[in-house]
Design a protein around this ligand. Structure first.
Ligand SMILES: Cc1ncc(COP(=O)(O)O)c(C=O)c1O
Length: 374
C-alpha cells in the first residue's frame, strides 16, 4: 500500500528499533540486556515506595503536569553547578526534555528546519542525530574518525564547514564520551570545537558524564553557541521515565522552550527525576563499581579473546573481531553478535563493531564466558 500524502523522507526511513526480537532468543529471563547502556540496577525499593506514595498522594491524574518544570530545573541547575568546578548555573540555563532525544529534535527544529542549515556528525556516533534530522528533512554531513583512536577527523570537518557542498552547517553534534566507541573528546578536539564561529551551534552530548566525570559545561557560561545535553536514563537509572536536560545560555534555552510540546514531561516523570537528584549520592554510588567492572572485564576480554577493544570512559566497551580471511568483516561481526545472543548476551551491533554494556558482576562474568565461547 502506498500513502501518497507521506513525505518521501519519512517513507524511506527505517524506524528506530532498539531490541529486535529473534526466534532463536533464549527466554527473556535468560537474556542479559546489554545493548542500551542502562544502569544494571533498578531504583532501590525505598525510592520506588516513595515514588508510589507520590503517585497516590501528590499527583492528581486529572491535572496537567507542571509545564514549566520549575522545581526540576532548579534541582538540575544545582547538580550541574556541583559538577562544574568554579561555575554557577541557574534554572534559566536549563531546559528539560522527554529524554535527551526530544532535546535533539528541539535543537534541530530551532536551528536547521526549513532549509536553514545542515548538521555535522562524526561516524560512528549516536544514530539519533541523523535519524531525527532526516525525519525533518535536514541534511546530515558526515565526517570520519581515526581508525586507531576514533578521534574526529577535524580537518575534514573544518573543510565541510568552510566549503559546504550544499546547505551550510549550522550544528555540530559530538558525544563526550562517544557512543559507540567510548572515547572522550581530547583537548585538541575540544579546542577545535571552541574555535568554531558563533553562527555554528556546538552540541556536546554528555549522556555518560557520570561515568567519565569529564564535562564541558563551564563553556556554556562564556559561549552562547555551546549547549551540553545530559540524561537521567543512564547513571540515574530512570530510562523508563524519559528525562533529559540541556544546559545552555538562557537565550538558547528560551528557544528550546518555544519549540517543545507544552506538557512534555508527565508529573510522575518530574517527581522521579527530583527524587533521583535528592538521593543522588546513594544512586551514583554504583558508578565506581561499574567503572571497576569495566576495567576488569576489558582486561579479561583482552587477555582471553581475540576481540580488539578500545579504551572506554563510559559504561560500555567497544570491540571489533579480527578479520577472517575470505570473510567480509560485517559477516564476522554478525556471527559474533548472533553467537552471543543465542548464548544469552544481547549486545549492540553498530558502527562496524560490538558495543557491550557493563552489567552486574554476574552479567559481566557471563559476557566474558560467552565471548570466550565465540
Ligand atoms: C549519546 C546518547 N545521547 C542520548 C541518548 C538518549 O538518551 P535519552 O534516554 O535521554 O533519550 C543516548 C541513549 O542511548 C545516548 O547514547
Amino acid at each position: 500500500m502506498s500513502l501518497p500524502f507521506l513525505r518521501s523522507a519519512v517513507v524511506q526511513l527505517a524506524a528506530y528499533t532498539p531490541h529486535v526480537e529473534s526466534a532463536d532468543d533464549p527466554s527473556p529471563a535468560a537474556l542479559d540486556i546489554l545493548d542500551t547502556n542502562e544502569c544494571p540496577y533498578d531504583l532501590p525499593e525505598a525510592l520506588q515506595e516513595k515514588l508510589a506514595w507520590q503517585l497516590q498522594h501528590n499527583i492528581a491524574a486529572n491535572r496537567y503536569p507542571d509545564g514549566g518544570h520549575g522545581a526540576l530545573k532548579e534541582a538540575i541547575a544545582q547538580y550541574v553547578t556541583e559538577s562544574t568546578a568554579g561555575a554557577a548555573f541557574s534554572a534559566d540555563h536549563i531546559s528539560v526534555g522527554n529524554g535527551s532525544d526530544e532535546l535533539i529534535r528541539s535543537l534541530l527544529i530551532a536551528t536547521c528546519l526549513g532549509g536553514a542549515g545542515s548538521v555535522l556528525v562524526a561516524d560512528p556516533t549516536f544514530s539519533m542525530y541523523g535519524i531525527l534530522a532526516r525525519t525533518l528533512g535536514i541534511p546530515v554531513v558526515t565526517v570520519g574518525r581515526s581508525e586507531d583512536t576514533f578521534a574526529v577527523d577535524t580537518a575534514a570537518a573544518q573543510q565541510a564547514i568552510a566549503r559546504p557542498q550544499g546547505t551550510p552547517v549550522r550544528v555540530v553534534f559530538m558525544v563526550h564520551p562517544n557512543s559507540p566507541t567510548g572515547n572522550a573528546l581530547t583537548a585538541t578536539e575540544i579546542a577545535w570545537l571552541e574555535s568554531l564561529p558563533p553562527d555554528i551551534l556546538v552540541v556536546i552530548d554528555e549522556a555518560y558524564f557520570e561515568f567519565s566525570q569529564q564535562t564541558t559545561t563551564a563553556n556554556v557560561l562564556t559561549r552562547p553557541n555551546w549547549v551540553v545535553m545530559r540524561t537521567f536514563s543512564k547513571a540515574f537509572r530512570l530510562a523508563a521515565y524519559r528525562v533529559g536536560y540541556a544546559v545552555a545560555n538562557p537565550e538558547l534555552t528560551q528557544a528550546l522552550e518555544k519549540v517543545r510540546l507544552p506538557y512534555n514531561l508527565p508529573s510522575l516523570t518530574q517527581a522521579a527525576a527530583q527524587l533521583a537528584l535528592a538521593h543522588r549520592q546513594e544512586l551514583l554510588a554504583v558508578v565506581s563499581e561499574i567503572q571497576q567492572q569495566r576495567r576488569e572485564l576489558a582486561s579479561a576480554i583482552a587477555q582471553t579473546t581475540p576481540l580488539r577493544l578500545w579504551p572506554s570512559d563510559a559504561n560500555f566497551l567497544y570491540g571489533r573481531p579480527p578479520a577472517q580471511s575470505g570473510q567480509p568483516i560485517n559477516a564476522e561481526l554478525e556471527r559474533w553478535f548472533n553467537r552471543l545472543r543465542v548464548q544469552g548476551t544481547l549486545v549492540r551491533h553498530t558502527g562496524g563493531g560490538l558495543r557491550i554494556t557493563i552489567g552486574t558482576p554476574a552479567e559481566n562474568r557471563r559476557t566474558l564466558a560467552h565471548l570466550q565461547q565465540v
